[in-house]
Design a binder for this molecule. Structure first.
Ligand code: ADP
Ligand code: MG
Length: 491
């Protein structure tokens, strides 16, 4: 670098400035994105400022697409806020970010700056740039075209029609899903699947996507949950990107799959947006498949015009599989896992775990983990011992009262607090945990649980159960609390 001393000083000042912008950006992102998502999507990225471009290097296409679809506007907005400079954002896959980078500590920051670029940046410090107009997110794709992704589908091959066991309780749903997957937009539109938790709704949705893509790989499929749709809508309003949002759902989608659509009930703007999306897709004969934990008529606070549209196609309910189907599901699991499962053990599990397929799998996984780790066979006696806590006899002692008492004890609060309307986290969280346990251990209905917690609305209970079910995946504190409480309940 052949430059004079003052240029070098200038260059260093700018580098510090830019370095601090990137550092600040990272700090802001950490506060705006949940820790789990941050670690998953943003941590593996490297942020590099070159002139007026923020280049985000990521290890693979998947992360590139995710950041592009979910965080681009946020990053752009925050960069402008921090620097008063509008950056062009590029997201590129970099070979150099291999798995070692992925596993390394914090987000890698690096500054690459040419001397030529430095002069320009020095001239564009926020102080000298006070008259720049307020940030206006562009109404077209904001990143450079080369950096803008093609949609990459990521459906789980495990949840296909091939792995779905058909029995009386789900035959109708399975047939409808399969017809829709083979001829999207031609048979039942929308297809509305509803039923309790753990009965295979998400599995079927994924299977539809796999089949439809297997037949025609160029199909553009959007698969999201009602909650994600709502969040995207909220972000679109917040970052003024409703144009992109609409375009995505109405113009670049051949098949729209929304899991747990009941989540949008009561959310006005989201329902409004979904209503128009629905109409556009329906009119252009694009397939829509929705799942819900209840039938349209039972979804409270759902707009009438949506309720009536959900009835336009086919409504199919999925129920708890009968014993034979439960045994067939267990056999299939054992076959896939290459584990010997005798008939008496299969019937024992199927007999004891009747609530839903997810619990059935949980019981099977527990047995198979034991068999693999101890390199022993699963005998009837062993199965009986290992399944103690899911056996109904052991459960007889578990009640609303015992759950509330144990949870209150664990968190050093009163049972009355659990039933109160107080919203402090120290009370609200134990209350949600107690509700979750009532669902899990007693398989009580949402309204009944609401009733037992001081007359709460069933939607509050649904929210609580979902929230805790989600938290368990990442929150170690909740995980260990649950293990401890369940243990005290089942001894
Ligand atoms: P839901 O979305 O209705 O809550 P999921 O689709 O997540 O339920 O299913 C829970 C688990 O049970 C998944 O692992 C799924 O693969 C499995 N499952 C549900 N029904 C079946 C079935 N009929 N055959 C095989 N596996 C099933
Ligand atoms: Mg589901």
């Amino acid at each position: 670098m052949d430059s004079c001393a003052c240029c070098v000083m200038d260059a260093m000042d700018s580098m510090i400035l830019i370095d601090s912008h990137v550092t600040q950006l990272v700090d802001v992102l950490k506060t705006k994105v949940s820790e789990f998502k941050y670690n998953q999507w943003l941590k593996p990225a490297r942020f590099i400022i070159e002139n007026d471009t923020l280049r985000i290097e990521v290890p693979n296409k998947f992360i590139r697409d995710w950041i592009s679809e979910n965080y681009l506007q946020l990053i752009k907005y925050e960069m402008y806020r921090l620097s008063a400079q509008e950056f062009t954002i590029e997201i590129v896959v970099s070979e150099s970010l291999n798995t070692v980078d992925l596993l390394s500590g914090d987000l890698s920051l690096s500054i690459h700056k040419t001397m030529e670029g430095l002069d320009k940046t020095t001239a564009e410090t926020p102080a000298q740039d006070a008259e720049r107009p307020a940030f206006q997110p562009s109404t077209s794709a904001p990143a450079t075209p080369s950096a803008y992704p093609v949609r990459v589908h990521h459906f789980n091959p495990k949840y296909s029609f091939g792995t779905f066991v058909v029995g009386n309780a789900n035959q109708f749903c399975h047939a409808a899903a399969s017809a829709v997957a083979s001829n999207p937009g031609q048979t039942y539109n929308p297809l509305f699947i509803y039923g309790g938790v753990g009965l295979g709704k998400t599995h079927l949705l994924n299977a539809i996507a796999l089949k439809a893509l297997g037949d025609v790989p160029s199909r553009r499929i959007i698969s999201i949950t009602g909650e994600q749709f709502t969040n995207e809508m909220v972000n679109a309003i917040r970052y003024e990107t409703t144009y992109e949002f609409r375009k995505k759902y109405r113009e670049t989608c051949d098949i729209l799959l929304i899991d747990d659509i009941q989540f949008i009930a009561g959310k006005e703007r989201t329902q409004e947006e979904f209503f128009h999306t629905f109409n556009t897709l329906y009119e252009s004969r694009k397939q829509i498949v929705l799942t819900s934990d209840r039938s349209p008529k039972d979804i409270q606070h759902l707009e009438e015009r949506l309720r009536s549209r959900f009835n336009w196609g086919l409504i199919a309910d999925i129920q708890v599989p009968d014993t034979e189907t439960r045994v067939a599901i267990l056999r299939k699991r054992a076959e896939t896992a290459n584990i010997l499962l005798t008939d008496d053990v299969a019937y024992l599990i199927a007999d004891k775990v009747r609530s839903n397929v997810r619990d059935l799998e949980g019981a099977f996984n527990r047995l198979s983990a034991f068999a693999v780790l101890s390199k022993s066979e699963i005998t009837f006696d062993l199965a009986q011992r290992l399944l103690q806590d899911v056996m109904s006899s052991a459960r007889a002692a578990v009640s609303f009262e015992s759950i509330q008492r144990m949870v209150a004890d664990h968190y050093h609060i009163n049972v009355d607090d659990l039933k109160s309307a107080r919203r402090f986290k120290t009370i609200a969280e134990p209350r949600q945990i107690a509700m979750y346990l009532c669902k899990k251990l007693l398989n009580a209905s949402f309204p009944e649980i609401g009733q037992r917690f001081g007359g709460k609305d069933h939607s509050t209970v649904i929210h609580a159960v979902r929230k805790i079910a989600k938290e368990i995946e990442t929150n170690i504190e909740i995980q260990s609390s649950l293990v401890a409480i369940e243990k005290t309940l089942t001894v």
